[in-house]
Ligand binder design. Structure first.
Ligand code: SF4
Length: 364
């Protein structure tokens, strides 16, 4: 049967949202069986439990994109995550594989803080003022268009665990870094590679101004993750007062003062591994997305695992992927309709692929 693709809003057309949990579950499982190896469901670690339970594979965004590349038999890749992750999967998979995002509104507040247009505007100021001394590096948590900008201008993408390598690659060429879109990850990485705080400048995306050092080695785009930004150094100090001996582990999207106060900082995969390897009876306050923290606590009952700040809620974009939306997309596939397919325009995909490939070539 020939498939056709539709970008639809399930809210207006679906009865799946009224289904009982058991019915939803059995219908999803039946379609998974029916489609077999033609279907691959990928779940990001920040995804809520009631959705991620249907994932064939779990991981962070880049690990999942790698899984999608390696799996050539899957015709449909359903991403239980947010838009930039699905875009990355579409960019790196083959043209005969379709990537589906169950809720087309599941974006990322940080990625949305840098559009391709804004970044190009900033770049023309940098080029005219600093005479081609900068190379752009974008965190993978960015739109396909921002990745394409980096590919076109000699830059690359990086993950939170490979940002340091990407910075060194730029600095070893005698160049300076424009880092997009996460100010905190950029500052934390800059400090790790020996750039002093007063050698950094901030590009204020709203005022179109460069603030801070007049001759910076690192320019930070002033985007941020509203979830990770809420974990503070004070949270760490207060938690240690309440729980004697507790360790503090945070994601590098947290502010620099939080990282300085923490015992461990690292990517999502690093945090998971660190908890797996820590001794029974150990106690941890974790500063990252709460769906992951809750899951870690459930999976490691021999350890005390709490959120560094219990008042921080889950990522609202991740929470948009409800199981009934997954079912709605899966039922479309069975009927011959690809609902909510994510397709990056070929010209953007071409340059974004260049930036991603450079990251892999550099060994990031
Ligand atoms: S947790 Fe932050 S970076 Fe991750 S998807 Fe949500 S807003 Fe984006």
């Amino acid at each position: 049967m020939a498939l056709h693709s539709k970008m639809q809003d399930p809210w207006t057309s679906s009865s799946q949202q009224d289904l009982e949990e058991d019915t939803l579950s059995s219908r999803i499982q039946a379609i998974r069986q029916q489609l077999g190896a033609r279907l691959l469901i990928l779940g990001h670690h920040y995804q809520q439990e009631k959705a991620i339970q249907y994932a064939d594979l779990r991981g962070d965004s880049i690990l999942l994109a790698r899984q999608a590349v390696q799996n050539r038999t899957a015709q449909y890749i359903v991403f239980l995550g947010v838009r930039f992750m699905a875009e990355t999967a579409d960019i790196v998979t083959s043209p005969n594989q379709a990537v589906v995002l169950p809720d087309p509104q599941a974006g990322c507040m940080m990625a949305d803080m840098a559009s391709g247009h804004q970044v190009r505007e900033c770049w023309s100021m940098i080029e005219s003022r600093f005479n081609q001394q900068f190379i752009p590096v974008t965190y993978v948590n960015s739109s396909a268009d921002v990745k394409a900008f980096c590919g076109e201008t000699g830059g690359l993408t990086c993950t939170s665990s490979s940002a340091e390598k990407a910075f060194r690659w730029v600095l070893d060429q005698g160049k300076r870094v424009l880092f997009l879109p996460d100010e905190h990850l950029g500052r934390n990485t800059g400090a790790r590679v020996g750039i002093k705080l007063d050698e950094m400048a901030i590009w204020d995306r709203n005022r179109h101004q460069l603030l801070g050092s007049a001759n910076p080695k690192l320019i930070l785009w002033n985007g941020y993750c509203p979830i990770h930004e809420q974990f503070t150094a004070d949270n760490a100090k207060q938690l240690r007062q309440r729980h004697s001996g507790i360790g503090v582990m945070v994601h590098p999207e947290c502010p620099h003062s939080t990282i300085t106060e923490a015992d461990v900082s690292g990517s999502t995969e690093t945090i998971i591994k660190h908890i797996q390897d820590s001794s029974p009876g150990s106690a941890w306050g974790i500063g990252t997305e709460t769906n992951l923290v809750k899951r870690l606590a459930q999976h490691h009952p021999d350890k005390t695992i709490v959120s560094l700040n219990e008042e921080v809620g889950p990522c609202p974009d991740m929470m948009k992927t409800a199981p009934w939306k997954l079912l709605w997309c899966l039922e479309g596939l069975v009927k011959g309709e690809i609902r909510n397919q994510v397709r990056v325009k070929p010209e953007i995909a071409k340059w974004a692929r260049v930036a991603i490939q450079r990251m892999l070539d550099v060994g990031c």
